[in-house]
Design a protein. Structure first.
Length: 247
């Protein structure tokens, strides 16, 4: 993953949004304030938003803006319903830490492990599992035995796009696109054959695509985000992680 000439350390920061409602706008301002402390400043940080309830279209629109305005070393994205923070030290800028960790791990994409919008210990990071009803098993906070997990550690790893950084100075970025997929599948149960709905989200689809291309990606528990829904969902396992993260 060597640098291409002229990329420097420029970052494209994409903020996909469902709508331009007041709450979303407030989140945009909060993110802008956080980015003000980043080491990426001036022309080294390009900040874009796009509004759409069609998530793949929204993400692809941001991806295309980045492609059309290269060179960038990093494509970073933060969903508008997330408030990112570095767990071990909230004074550390989350964007800086994300790209620095991706460099350290030598990965093409690094994603944060995020709580889903309920009170379960499930996260948005998962693994493919043929034994699971849906074919996918969500990882829980207690499943992480170390701060990071890569697709070399877990070949069936599926990461999330909520808070992520992608190494954008590589040729493969021109071949990728976010997409949803849905289908109906016949499954065999103890009560006989049944029909069940199936879907593949844009983030897990991205994980499978990167794996097929031989790319390296990872998820980190050191960066997290409060997931904003009807209430604020955070880190249910934070207490048991204090020793690891120092607070």
């Amino acid at each position: 993953m060597s640098d291409q000439g002229g990329t420097k350390d420029r970052v494209f920061m994409g903020l996909p949004m469902y709508s331009n409602s007041g709450g979303t706008s407030n989140q945009l301002f909060a993110l802008a304030e956080a980015l003000a402390s980043s080491k990426y400043q001036g022309t080294d940080l390009q900040f874009y938003t796009h509004y759409s309830s069609d998530l793949p279209l929204c993400f692809n629109a941001l991806w295309c803006v980045a492609l059309n305005n290269r060179p960038f070393k990093w494509f970073a994205m933060c969903h508008s319903d997330l408030r990112p923070v570095v767990k071990y030290d909230k004074r550390v800028n989350w964007l800086d830490y994300l790209t620095d960790e991706a460099e350290r791990l030598d990965v093409d994409c690094l994603s944060a492990v995020i709580a889903i919008k309920d009170d379960s210990p499930d996260t948005s990071t998962a693994v493919e599992d043929e034994k699971a009803w849906s074919g996918v098993r969500r990882l829980q906070w207690g499943d992480f035995t170390k701060p990071e997990i890569t697709n070399e550690d877990e070949p069936k790893l599926l990461i999330n796009t909520g808070i992520m950084a992608v190494r954008f100075d590589q040729p493969w970025v021109e071949d990728f696109a976010f997409s949803f997929d849905s289908w109906i599948q016949r499954v065999t149960t103890s009560e006989g054959d049944k029909f069940a709905p199936r879907s593949m989200t844009e983030d897990w689809g991205m994980s499978m695509w990167m794996r097929d291309q031989g790319l390296k990606f990872a998820a980190t528990t050191r960066i997290g985000g409060y997931h904003l829904g009807t209430k604020q969902y955070g880190w249910p396992a934070l207490e048991c992680l204090k020793a690891e993260y120092g607070q």
